[in-house]
Design a protein around this ligand. Structure first.
Ligand code: BES
Ligand code: ZN
Length: 502
């Protein structure tokens, strides 16, 4: 263990070079226009896996998917098998002018490493391989078995991942899942995420005519598709921060346990810091519900956002009535919402009673992703908490996450309820998916060291999936929420319908 940690410390500069190589490839999956870069990045990941000492490295595909890069080390018979997941695909660059350094050149500035994918999620590839190499380059063996998969379609909803997992079920079968693709609550504070929101998205198309018409001839007579779309989208706006009932109050949102509320309160929340981190303009109010903490809002309440809106460009505007307007509405969903029911409700909400009876078509976009929640207790979580404590020198926290990682729940089930350990890699200054995405360099080093500790801690467990012992280590007992299965209806300001149903 000592040797692995020492190796990681001494080879930090080389790890940064490895990450820089990954960041240099614009492996954008969202536009279908970067297939060469996707393939080149998969090749590079395979090479880096081999260099770290993984065996049987291979590029696997499923139904024409982007390559899944696979590598393994299975030289610890009788020890747990750890499944390491990360993704090499990244978001595109919009708002290019806002980048302070070139997005595809990893650039160190003020203790952070800037570049698209540096944190989400290429940093995780480098952290996983750093921890593996720490052992294989020194003592020549790992304390656990490792199966590592690096995906190239995470940013487009992992549409082939479920098929891939089922096709290769035996090959991939593991005892515990480790993912580094979520947040730490602050720089220097290591976190394990125990809940994720799901996601349901639709394309809304509004049409009033077959072609644009001069607004002097027809203005006031011809239905304006952009105004009609705006009226329709306004149904998503609630003055008190609530969504319409069909998406929230009547939509099986699980009541939040008072213990979780207390835990969230104890974490403390600085609205001014949140405003700074999120770049909120002075005077603009936050959109969360009154009396609901931002963390509670983003971890455990649904949201609806317009993530794209088109009618005509300002640059090419002329005095025309626009015949067609469209938008993408993306909803984050939470326990116990049913993705299909949310989809149906969303479609009904957006297509009913259109202004001027314009044509409205609301179609699903991508496969709905379910939310995920677990009880962060048991030997695997204890092992992770201890590992993070050792790596960061700070008490770790168990937190929720407002983002989505669709495969976590289904894969855990496929592996007979293998625990899923989501270790944070991003922080409030990371700007994932946005300009100036960055990774905190020292936290990245600490994460790599924590992973090495995690391998060692897991190797000492005879049964990774054993139920939690009564004697919880303080870090878990103090910060973890009540078990999801024992969540009880909350009083006070929390809302909604039926009791916990898991
Ligand atoms: N790393 C994110 C997940 C995440 C989001 C973690 C926010 C922490 C905070 C991941 O790469 C991602 O962006 N996932 C997508 C999933 C979607 C395409 C199904 C997301 O959340 O939008
Ligand atoms: Zn990610």
């Amino acid at each position: 263990m000592k040797k692995a940690v020492q190796w990681i410390a001494e080879n930090h500069a080389q790890r940064i070079n490895d990450l820089a190589e990954l960041v240099a490839i614009p492996s954008i999956s969202t536009d279908g226009e970067h297939q060469r870069e996707i393939d080149a990045c998969a090749d590079l990941v395979a090479r880096q896996m081999q260099e770290a000492g993984l065996q049987n490295v291979d590029l696997l595909r499923s139904h024409g998917s982007n390559p899944y890069v696979y590598g393994e080390w299975l030289g610890a018979p009788g020890k747990p098998t750890v499944f390491l997941y990360s993704h090499y695909d990244v978001q595109p660059i919009n708002y290019e002018a806002k980048w302070l350094s070139p997005p595809w050149t990893l650039t160190a500035r003020d203790g952070r490493l800037y570049g698209r994918g540096a944190a989400d999620d290429k940093g995780a590839i480098t952290a996983h391989l750093g921890a593996i190499a720490g052992f294989l380059k020194t003592i020549g063996e790992l304390p656990v078995n490792v199966k590592m998969v690096v995906e190239g379609e995470e940013e487009i909803g992992s549409k082939n991942l479920d098929g891939f997992f089922h096709e290769h079920k035996e090959k991939l079968k593991s005892d515990v899942i480790v993912v580094c693709d979520t947040d730490n609550i602050e720089v220097g504070t290591p976190c394990i995420t125990y809940s994720l929101r799901g996601i349901v998205a639709v394309l809304v198309e509004v049409e009033s005519a077959t072609r644009p018409v001069h607004s002097g001839q027809a203005g006031g007579a011809l239905a304006d598709s952009a105004i009609a779309l705006s009226v329709i989208l306004s149904r998503l706006y609630g003055k008190d921060g609530r969504l319409p009932p069909e998406l929230e109050d009547k939509a099986h949102v699980r009541k939040i346990d008072p213990a979780l509320r207390r835990t969230i309160k104890k974490l403390g929340f600085d609205p001014e810091k949140f405003r700074r981190d999120a770049g909120v303009l002075p005077g603009v109010q936050l959109a969360n519900r009154k009396n609901v903490d931002v963390r509670q809002q983003t971890w455990r309440l649904p949201s609806a956002n317009v993530i794209a809106l088109e009618a005509s460009s300002i640059k090419h505007a002329s005095n025309q009535i626009l015949p067609k307007a469209q938008a993408i509405v993306s909803c984050r969903i939470v326990p116990d919402q049913d993705p299909q029911e949310v989809l149906k409700n969303l479609q009904e909400l957006l297509s009913k009673d259109p202004p001027w009876n314009v044509r409205v078509n609301v179609s699903p976009l991508g496969a709905p992703v379910k939310w995920w929640i677990t009880d962060p207790k048991g030997p695997a979580f204890d092992a992770a908490m201890k590992a993070l404590k050792a790596g960061y020198g700070t008490k770790p926290l168990a937190i929720g996450c407002g983002g989505s990682i669709g495969f976590v729940g289904p894969l855990s089930e496929l592996f007979d309820d293998a625990p899923a350990l989501l270790l944070g890699i991003e922080d409030p200054q990371t700007n994932a998916h946005a300009p100036n995405e960055s990774l905190h360099e020292d936290d990245f080093r600490k994460l790599t060291i924590s992973l090495a500790h995690l391998f060692t801690n897991l190797s000492k467990l005879s049964d990774v999936k054993a139920p939690s012992s009564k004697k919880e280590p303080k870090t878990v007992a103090e910060e973890a929420p009540a078990s999801s299965s024992t969540e009880t209806p909350a009083s006070a300001e929390t809302e909604t319908s039926r009791p916990a149903s898991e």
